[in-house]
Each structure stands twice: as C-alpha cells, then as structure tokens.
Design a protein around this ligand. Sequence first.
Ligand code: FES
Length: 158
Amino acid sequence: MTPPLPWDARHAADIIHRHLHLEGPTLPILHALQEAFGHIPDDAVPMLADALNLSRAEIHGVVTFYHDFRHEPAGRHIIKVCRAEACQSLGSEKTATALLERLGIGWGETTADGTVTVEAVYCLGLCACAPAALIDGDPVGRLDGAKLSAAVEGVRWS
Ligand code: FES
C-alpha cells in the first residue's frame, strides 16, 4: 500500500479538477481523494461541494453512506472481515471478536501502533468459502481464529 500523503489543499484541488469532466464525478473524486490522503479529509468536503455545486451536507451524506470512505487514515494493513449471514452462520463474529480483543480495538479502528485496521464488510462473494475476509485486498476463506491471527500477524510485521 502507498502511504497516504499529508493534507494538501492544492493537491486536493488538482484531484477534483482532473475528475470533473466525468459523468457522475462525485464517487470517482472521493475515491481519488481517499487514495491520495488515506481518508476523506474534512477540508476536502467544502472544496468538492463547491466544485460540484452541491451542498456540504450532500457530500457529507455520500461520504457517510458508503462504508469504504474513511474519516481518518487507516493503518498500514487493512483487514476486512465479512459479517454477512453466510459468514456469521459459520462463526465469523466469534473469530473477529477474538481478533479485535487481542488487538485492543473495535470495528473500524486502528491499532495504537498504526499497523492494522479491522473493518466490517457485508458479503465478499466468497460465501462458499465462509467465513471470509480480505487481508490487504487478498481474499482468505474458511477462517478460524488461528488462520485469521496468522494472516494478520503475517502482514502486520512484514
Ligand atoms: S456472506 Fe461472507 S462472503 Fe458472502
């Protein structure tokens, strides 16, 4: 993963400007801002609202509606654990809860050392391999506590 850049209003303005020609530019711009800065900085919301002639509330509504948009930068590694029905029925909640307790964080939070963020997702299309997760974007299936812990420790110290 590319480390996020510090907030830079000129860079944000450039990102917004480069995507304005797209049809339905809001989501592409938000994704580009998050890719650059690791989250959607609060200062970017009014800039985007002005550029799209929308209200700040409308942009805020989009940012808060989609779980993929972050309000703070994530850790260096992102673990997305599926909490949808098929995975829940095969123990994903128990497995994830044990991981969260061991890391000392809650859903959507990042460890104090900034290495790991654990997020919930709702179906990865891997139901046949439930419980499932994404470890830095790589799918992992048939999770149990040991497999999830090993995968997290593997990336955490890499
Ligand atoms: S319910 Fe978890 S991958 Fe579909």
